[in-house]
Design a protein around this ligand. Structure first.
Ligand code: ADP
Ligand code: MG
Length: 329
């Protein structure tokens, strides 16, 4: 049984369509990520679901109820944005309690719920602070607490981690996922970052130009891209034109070919068909640039020891598993 159902959703601004046919379902408790490049319509889709912007046609069902005619505050949806949008003149506690005041939750009960939710985001000792006395990551946790305190049926997160530095971002994405699972809260998360999408989600909807081009779990999106766009967006694939692919494999290939950089094996061989032309160290991985039969490739090799580092100019033999080749449109 699906908990969220979106059918034939259309949104345009004047003559310009942002999307003209969005269809999907989400199960109760599922964590779904909308992943796609800037401008593909992710925020607009979330805003339509939240009711912050109107739709031109289509349905949005939440637990069987059509949300489209409902005002935003009647939808029981929590939303967190990239900019935390906290009230600067209110304490953490007051910021979080604000949503409950709007819902007319009585004082004592409100206090209890605010305390509970601050504990959940590990900010219980920060209740009396003001936003300017807190870091970006802490402010974003306040924004998350504020959206959770009203016990929404659905949580929408629009690039909540994008403004934070890498270390905080990693920590917070684990924390968000943990809280989401603890509460069994159905969540739609928006990002343009493939690593965020791959690590956090039950399912990913990959979007391009107002369409969902592929949906599936992280493994499916990573290993079986449906088209050249998907291969280019997730997994750092080598994307070869059919002529290049034919030359590399020594047999006719009739479409473009996608090969993951870690699906190519390297062995040093003086008479090898390929040559190392450069490398960069990504930490646990060495990323080689290699040329074979005039085709430039990127190859990722696990950085096990200093002996794994081949010098530029080294001739190598390539081993490509046939099962790892993806022909893409
Ligand atoms: P994303 O969140 O994926 O970066 P958006 O949903 O913000 O993308 O935008 C999708 C498209 O809709 C963009 O081309 C953007 O310019 C357009 N758009 C968004 N909001 C408006 C608006 N209020 N008026 C006109 N065009 C808009
Ligand atoms: Mg956006």
């Amino acid at each position: 049984m699906s908990f969220v159902t979106v059918r034939n959703l259309q949104k345009h601004y004047g003559d310009t369509a942002v999307f003209s046919d969005i269809d999907f379902t989400i199960a109760k408790g599922e964590f779904v990520t909308l992943l796609g490049p800037s401008g593909c319509g992710k925020s607009t889709l979330l805003r339509c679901i939240a009711g912050l912007t109107g739709v031109n046609a289509g349905q949005i069902l939440l637990d069987g109820q059509d949300l489209v005619p409902l005002a935003p505050q009647k939808r029981d949806i929590g939303m967190v944005f990239q900019s935390y949008a906290l009230f600067p003149n209110m304490t953490v506690e007051q910021n979080v309690a604000f949503g409950l005041r709007m819902h007319k939750v009585p004082g004592e009960q409100a206090c209890e719920r605010v305390a509970q939710v601050l504990k959940l985001v590990e900010l219980d000792t920060f209740a009396g602070r003001y936003p300017h006395q807190m870091s970006g990551g802490q402010c974003q946790r306040v924004a998350l607490a504020r959206s959770l305190v009203t016990r929404p049926r659905l949580l929408l997160l629009d690039e909540p981690l994008s403004a934070l530095d890498a270390r905080i971002r990693k920590h917070l994405r684990e924390q968000i996922r943990q809280i989401q699972q603890e509460l069994g809260l159905t969540t739609i998360f928006v990002t343009h970052d493939q690593e965020e999408a791959l690590t956090m989600s039950d399912r990913i909807f990959l979007m391009n130009k107002g369409q969902i081009v592929q949906s599936g779990d992280a493994q499916a999106l990573y290993t079986a891209p449906v088209d050249a766009f998907a291969a280019g967006f997730i997994g750092n694939y080598n994307l070869l034109a059919s002529e290049d692919a034919s030359r590399l494999l020594g047999r006719p290939v009739h479409s473009r070919l996608a090969i993951r950089p870690e699906a190519i094996g390297l062995t040093p061989a003086d008479a090898g068909e390929a040559q190392i032309t450069g490398h960069s160290l990504l930490g646990n991985v060495i990323r080689y640039r290699v040329t074979a039969h005039g085709v430039a490739l990127v190859v990722d090799v696990l950085n096990r020891s200093a002996a794994d580092l081949y010098p530029d100019g080294q001739r190598v033999h390539l081993a490509i598993e046939p099962g790892e080749l993806r022909e893409v449109a």
